[in-house]
Design a protein around this ligand. Structure first.
Ligand SMILES: O=C(O)CCC(=O)C(=O)O
Ligand SMILES: [Fe+2]
Length: 554
């Protein structure tokens, strides 16, 4: 996965960011022409600035900026120098039609000696203009909601991202180094022209087509579950939906495929890039006789009423699977409830950041040990009250630095409350129990033990029995939140690994055990390496490993 960086020289970087092509070039600066209000005739072609260094004027870009439009964002590169930047473009304005004589940016060619990947990305931006006309009817029917990001989620999520999507209203595009551009989508053009990228790569492999009914209507079925998914690591081809005007071809390399993001889902609270880094399943589109575009989301099923023809083609699903699509809730045993994928990516990110901040401060993470000197295979931090593994007691102060344990953040408490409520709802619904409190009492946590396991971390089978007698007697639950790498979690009635049940705890899972299950033996057998969501790691910089927070009421 590539991370992009700004050019090293700050002056250049600033300059690239501030240069805008607005007027005619009457001298030859090294990068972009200076801002100018002079509008004069366009120059086709370019200038030789120095041996090996050329300036090529981007005419469509020139026009676009002058008319304050944002349908185009492709920067040109000559000897790998970025050329122009667009700023504060207004996606609400329609691009002026390009008069005859203005050359296309792409013209089927690419600048310089860029790699095919670069070419693909450059073509991509140009597609917005060149295909605008032929797409118009298709656009009406299938407004595009996809945007290609790089293989790294940082292109979207991180503060370092250059392309921003500001609450759906304002789009900004800046100048990038070539490798930055590779990682960045032209959101402006996507919003403006609602177009699909047409040529992601050089080698067109799969032709996609849409069955069209005589009346020209379409029917689509999006399959958005990884269950029964037919996409595989090696699947590099994808096809896309079209209005049927003509078959389109595209090839996505793996990283491109991984980088396609649904803007709509980005704007939703729970959908934030959860599955960046995972392959996208194909979908099916069909035109119905009635002429209307029908869309169904089929989650976790392969049922399809598509024709045989359509099955021959691997369909590209423009929507990413979202975290909530995978959310399941299960009662493992009385008083023990597993809420899978319960915590949104945004919440997980915030949890990691909060834990990182607290973990570096007084009472933060340390490697606990027992009296005999043996160390636990994890790092620990306690919030609310401190738990000392040496005497198995809770105390206000930390045994190592004598600091008070940090408070439990309010949003953590809210999350715990919400999880218990949802567990109650499930118990009520599934077991028909009138008062779920009888099976799983509510609690208000004043202790949170935060464990961080590296990939070699583990925790032997044990009972959580150091809380107050009253708490244990009432069966006030332990609420466990998992973030990062997945873990093999064991639980059972005895301290016996062989007889223990096993469940996988993934990032975002919540496990609650109270009531009858409060004294269940449990432990972590192993951490599954490299299983954490990439977007989480990219956004937080979390080490490889697993963060687990167990909330209890003393
Ligand atoms: O990491 C886990 O899932 C369990 C942690 C645990 O059992 C504990 O901290 O007491
Ligand atoms: Fe425990």
């Amino acid at each position: 996965m590539k991370n992009f960086t700004f050019p090293k020289t700050p002056t250049l970087r600033n300059r690239w960011k501030s240069d805008i092509v607005t007027g005619e070039l009457n001298h030859h600066p090294p990068f972009c022409p200076p801002d100018s209000s002079v509008n004069s005739t366009a120059i086709n072609g370019g200038f030789k600035l120095a041996p090996g260094l050329y300036y090529i004027k981007m005419l469509p870009l020139h026009r676009t900026v002058r008319s304050d439009l944002c349908g185009l964002s492709k920067a040109a590169f000559v000897t790998s120098l970025p050329f122009c930047s667009l700023k504060n473009m207004n996606p609400a304005k329609k691009p002026a039609p390009r008069p005859a004589g203005f050359p296309s940016i792409t013209a089927g060619k690419h600048f310089g000696s860029v790699s095919s990947a670069k070419e693909a990305r450059q073509s991509y931006g140009a597609t917005s203009i060149n295909e605008k006309k032929s797409q118009s009817s298709y656009e009406k029917e299938f407004p595009s909601r996809t945007v290609k990001l790089g293989s790294s989620s940082r292109g979207w999520n991180s503060n370092k991202s250059r392309t921003r999507f500001d609450s759906g209203s304002k789009v900004r595009q800046e100048t990038f180094e070539s490798f930055e551009l590779e990682e960045t989508a032209n959101i402006a053009s996507l919003r403006e022209e609602q177009s699909f990228p047409s040529h992601f790569g050089k080698d067109n492999v799969v032709a996609s087509h849409v069955q069209k009914s005589p009346s020209g209507q379409s029917k689509s079925k999006n399959v958005a579950s990884t269950k029964n998914s037919d996409y595989s690591e090696g699947n590099r081809s994808s096809s896309r939906i079209d209005s049927g005007v003509e078959p389109r071809h595209e090839t996505l390399n793996l990283s491109e495929l991984e980088g396609i993001v649904n803007i709509a889902s980005l704007q939703e609270e729970h959908s934030l890039l959860y599955h960046i880094g995972k392959k996208v399943k194909t979908g099916h589109v069909q035109k119905s006789p009635s002429g209307q575009s029908k869309s169904n989301n089929v989650l976790g099923t392969q049922n399809s009423d598509c024709s045989e023809d359509l099955h021959k083609v691997k369909r590209f699903n423009i929507c990413l699977p979202r975290s909530r699509d995978f959310e399941t809730r299960e009662i493992l045993r009385p008083g023990m409830v597993l809420l899978k994928r319960y915590i949104s990516l945004r919440e997980q990110i915030n949890m990691v950041k909060t834990c990182q901040t607290l973990g570096e401060g007084p009472g933060g993470f340390y490697r606990p040990g027992f009296k005999d000197g043996a160390k636990l295979s994890l790092h620990m931090m306690c919030l609310g009250l401190n738990w000392d593994p040496q005497n198995r007691k809770y105390d206000k102060r930390h045994p190592l630095d004598d600091c008070e344990a940090p408070n439990i953040p309010h949003e953590f408490r809210l999350l715990v409350q919400r999880a218990i409520q949802d567990a109650h709802y499930l118990i009520k619904k599934d077991s028909g129990i009138v008062n779920p409190e009888d099976v799983l009492p509510s609690m208000s946590p004043n202790i949170c033990i935060v464990n961080f396991y590296t990939r070699y971390g583990k925790l032997g089978l044990h009972q959580d029995r150091d809380e107050s007698r009253e708490s244990l007697h009432k069966g006030l639950p332990v609420v466990s939140l998992s973030v990062g790498d997945s873990a093999e979690f064991l639980y059972g009635d005895r301290r016996d690994v062989d007889q223990a049940e096993k469940v996988l705890l993934d990032s975002g899972d919540v496990l609650i055990f109270g009531g009858e299950s409060r004294m269940v033996f449990h432990g972590v057998r192993s951490i599954i390496p490299f299983s954490a969501p990439e977007a989480l790691l990219a956004e937080t910089g979390l080490r490889r490993g697993r963060l687990n927070l167990t909330f209890r009421q003393f």
